[in-house]
Ligand binder design. Structure first.
Ligand SMILES: *Cc1c(COP(=O)(O)O)cnc(C)c1O
Length: 495
């Protein structure tokens, strides 16, 4: 009896000792973890209202995309699980913005909502004069009507489509002076939106200053993928333009995202606030147009802000003709209130850290999976190199469009083709123009999707990438419009 008791006592002691040892190891491990583990990325908002989205089956999606003539613009939003078609007007408003919607003053003239927006714009931009418009292209239409004549030249960094449209519509010409590094997707230049000062000076030397009403700096540069422009470059453009007596304007749709990149990447700005950086950038210009559907954090809106009173007076008449009276210009009072609040929020560091952090998080995941994308990733979108993801699909089969369709069928994600369909036909030969790159753009709506959605997108693309050898055919056109064909084109699979 005694002997047995002793044995079990020893056994118990050993057992207890093991537990103590084990607990100690766990304790040390945790201690190590506590010291070395960096807190992961997390959104700096929590969710107050939700919108249900339908997760369809592959079978349903194959049927829907066929019914849509293999054009993703023809899909109903209810047929899309994650919609990355654009970041324009697709974001979520905050509780404070919705509060402003109730405070909207709908008086025809001199509403308090107008005053609120004007004061916010003045404090963020430093420009005294202000005109609201219903969106970005409307601001372009109003201001360019006052500024651009036939035969004029407008240099800048890759002008946005509507901007170029409004320039060319007036029989003027946009000249792209972006640095060459912007067009190499593997070049890690931190400011791929920069203007090449030599190219710009060449324009200034070639044309008389009367023919150049302004130089346009787009921040961030949308056409090159949300790539930022450095403060140093903005300042240098100002100095060069001063030398030739030329005005500098901003197309400022993503000015806050640009300021974030300056803070993070450019020497000397780490300790400045986003509002200080944005204001310094605007101080080197004479005015701006903006689509508030981006960094204004609203679903619809835009405005013009100017330093020169005379130009503002000239633009006023066009605002009244095209948009509405000068104290609402195409926006209701509640929309102006929500925009004023949105501008305050989008120029907060924490908001931008979440916003751009999310795009970077997706970029890192894709790189981890070996999927070729434009580097460094821009502020609002990821560009996937479709020629590398689908190496066996011939160029004539619209490779980026094929990738967009495959990704939709695979995961219900809607991106947009930036490739041969968009590049359209040569006006003379009527043959397809093949651009240097075939890209699939995945644009991220603001404050709309979560990190789980990012993981889902990355896996959707990875699955396609893993099957890349098997995908060997694409699509052919069955009908197309004479201009801007990509919006309405009808396609069918190549047999
Ligand atoms: C979106 C955008 C525009 C046009 O604005 P809309 O609100 O869509 O009319 C102009 N310039 C840039 C850089 C843009 O991103």
């Amino acid at each position: 009896m005694h002997g047995r008791k002793n044995v079990s006592a020893i056994h118990v002691n050993k057992h207890v000792y093991n537990i103590i040892e084990y607990t100690f190891i766990i304790f040390v491990e945790n201690l190590k973890k506590n010291i070395s583990m960096k807190l992961p990325f997390a959104e700096t908002f929590r969710i107050k209202t939700v919108e249900q989205i339908y997760q369809s089956t592959r079978e349903e999606r194959e049927r829907w995309i066929e019914q849509a003539d293999y054009n993703l613009f023809n899909l109903k939003s209810s047929q899309v699980f994650i919609d990355l078609l654009t970041d324009s007007g697709t974001g979520s408003m905050s509780d404070k913005q919705w509060g402003e919607m109730m405070l909207g003053d709908e008086s025809y003239a001199g509403s308090s909502s107008f005053e609120k927006l004007k004061e916010t714009v003045q404090s963020i931009t430093g420009y005294e004069h202000f005109l609201p418009t219903h969106q970005g292209r409307a601001a372009e239409n109003v201001l360019f009507s006052a500024l651009i004549k036939k035969g004029d030249i407008i240099p800048g960094n890759s002008h946005f489509d509507t901007t170029k449209g409004h320039i060319e519509f007036r029989d003027a010409k946009a000249i792209d002076c972006t640095i060459d590094e912007a067009f190499d997707i593997d070049n890690l230049h931190p400011f791929k939106g920069n203007i090449d000062l030599e190219k710009l000076e060449e324009v200034y030397k070639t044309y008389p200053k009367e023919k150049i009403p302004f130089c346009l700096i787009t921040i961030t540069c949308n056409s090159s993928g949300g790539q930022p422009v450095s403060m140093e470059n903005i300042k240098a453009v100002r100095e060069l333009s001063n030398k030739y007596g030329i005005r500098v304007l901003f197309d400022a749709a993503r000015f806050a995202e640009n300021a974030y990149f300056v803070k993070i990447r450019e020497e000397g700005f780490a300790d400045q606030s986003i509002k200080e950086i944005a204001k310094e950038a605007f101080s080197y210009g004479d005015g701006m147009t903006i689509s508030a559907k981006k960094d204004g954090l609203v679903n619809m809106g835009g405005f013009i802000a100017l330093r020169e009173e005379e130009l503002w007076r000239k633009a006023m008449s066009f605002c009244i003709m095209y948009e509405g009276y000068v104290t609402y210009g195409g926006m209701s009072g509640r929309d102006m209130g929500a925009l004023a609040q949105g501008l305050k929020e989008s120029t907060e560091f924490d908001y931008l850290k979440t916003r751009i952090g999310q795009v970077e998080y997706l970029g890192e995941k894709l790189k981890e999976y070996g999927i070729p994308i434009q580097k460094p990733v821009g502020g609002h979108a990821i560009f996937v190199d479709a020629l590398a993801v689908l190496p066996n699909v011939p160029r004539e089969h619209y490779v980026a469009q094929t990738l967009a369709i495959e990704l939709y069928k695979e995961a219900g994600i809607r991106g947009v083709e930036i490739g041969t369909l968009l590049a359209d036909r040569d006006p003379e030969t009527r043959k397809d123009r093949f651009p240097k790159l075939e890209l699939l753009r995945l644009a991220m709506p603001r404050r709309t999707y979560t990190q789980n959605h990012m993981d889902y997108i990355a896996v959707g693309l990875k699955n396609l990438y893993d099957r890349r050898e098997e995908i060997t055919t694409g699509y052919e056109i069955s009908w197309e419009a004479d201009i801007l064909r990509h919006f309405t084109v009808k396609l069918k699979p190549v047999e």
